[in-house]
Design a protein around this ligand. Structure first.
Ligand SMILES: [Zn+2]
Length: 401
């Protein structure tokens, strides 16, 4: 370990965060993120908004909290949506990626950890704990790009699926309905029962769509780069998927860090517990890669076992990093329990409420948003654990995901 990193390890958690943030060239980061996100916004404008005479815009916010949200113009017959992201969220995501890279190269590479990695089937054959072929610095940039892309796509999914209107019980009003959907760990009265179930179902539906949008974009941009001869491989590699799983794990560990509460299986509040969000999303990503028609189209050839191995490997690396960096053993253990042992009474209790509520909501949203590929469908894992089978009228022609 180099001297600078040893000195850094002696700092308090807060001072480490300060140091991580000070290591970032913030004007360059903001410029990069702004250019990157405007390309995504332009793409959504071309695909969805312009054909409907609407517009999607992006606005940075100076609020001092980690947050993203989306607003719709009221009383408009076309969709006019604005996504807001705080600079604080961008800087925190970059700081987490920066810290992860340092720990993954140095701290997680110690002989002390080797027994643990071996017990989890993780091979140390690249730089630090990175798999062979991953460039840590390039990976750091990809982590942030994936996180930002996923967060923005999640916000857009809320609007495209008219979640604000669905939550207010007026889904037929679509674009003209209530307009504000926010991701924030604070600032709202807690809710429970049916209201919480509707909020949490729509959060999971936005998670699901965002993951699929991100994945498709990664597949198509890899092909485009290949055509331009900048890279040789035209489909996603196992290393690309390693980085993707890791990006998602770090985002949800960040969300969990806001309050660190244990998952108890009760549906309350506006957002699902981060550990259940990660669990459902990671299961969904494995299904997407190995079981859908996309597998053939994108030239992906991975078995379920291989993808499960990549998912669990990145999860352990992210979890151990978080425990070391933020000194929060309890927080990561409670997060890890849900993911590594998902067939518990708490998960079953939670999914039985959520799956049946979504079975009611999905046809309503499907009337407004006719995109079966992007509209959430609970997979075989969630159906089994919840004990709720697929509705009879959807069983014919159903593609498991
Ligand atoms: Zn949301």
């Amino acid at each position: 370990m180099n001297k600078a990193f040893l000195d850094y390890l002696k700092l308090s958690v807060e001072d480490k965060n300060k140091s991580d943030k000070e290591s970032i060239d913030i004007p360059a980061l903001v410029q990069f993120a702004d250019d990157f996100l405007r390309q995504i916004v332009d793409s959504f404008n071309r695909t969805y908004y312009v054909p409907q005479n609407g517009q999607l815009s992006l606005q940075w916010s100076t609020e001092s909290r980690c947050a993203a949200w989306i607003n719709a113009a009221k009383d408009s017959s076309a969709p006019f949506h604005t996504i807001y992201i705080t600079y604080e969220l961008l800087i925190q995501l970059a700081a987490d990626g920066y810290a992860f890279t340092r720990y993954a190269i140095q701290w997680l590479n110690r002989p002390f950890h080797d027994v643990f990695w071996e017990s989890k089937g993780i091979e140390k054959n690249g730089i630090g704990i990175f798999p062979l072929g991953i460039d840590p610095l390039q990976n750091k940039r990809f982590l942030m790009m994936n996180s930002l892309h996923w967060i923005v796509s999640h916000e857009i999914a809320h609007s495209l699926q008219s979640h604000a209107a669905v939550r207010s019980g007026v889904p037929h009003q679509a674009w003209m309905g209530p307009s504000h959907v926010s991701e924030s760990p604070e600032g709202k009265e807690p809710c429970s029962d049916v209201e919480a179930e509707i909020f949490q179902c729509t959060e999971l539906a936005a998670d699901f769509e965002a993951l699929r949008v991100l994945f498709i974009t990664l597949v198509t941009s890899k092909r485009a780069h290949c055509k331009e001869n900048s890279i040789q491989e035209d489909s996603l590699t196992k290393n690309d998927i390693w980085t993707l799983f890791l990006s998602i794990a770090l985002v949800f560990l960040r969300f969990h860090h806001f309050d660190g509460k244990r998952f108890d299986g009760i549906v309350k509040g506006h957002h699902p517990h981060p550990s259940i969000r990660y669990l459902l999303l990671s299961q969904s990503l494995i299904g997407l890669i190995v079981k859908t028609d996309l597998k053939e189209l994108a030239g992906l050839n991975f078995s379920e076992e291989e993808m499960f191995e990549v998912m669990t490997g990145t999860f352990w690396v992210a979890l151990i990093f978080w425990a070391e960096r933020y000194e929060t053993d309890y927080e990561v253990i409670s997060f890890g329990e849900v993911v590594t042992d998902p067939e518990t009474i708490e998960v079953k209790r939670y999914l039985s409420k959520i799956v049946s509520r979504w079975d009611e909501l999905r046809p309503i949203i499907r009337n407004i948003y006719k995109n079966d590929f992007l509209l959430m469908e609970f997979n075989i894992f969630a159906r089994r654990v919840s004990g709720i089978p697929l509705p009879q009228d959807e069983q014919d022609g159903h593609h498991e995901i």
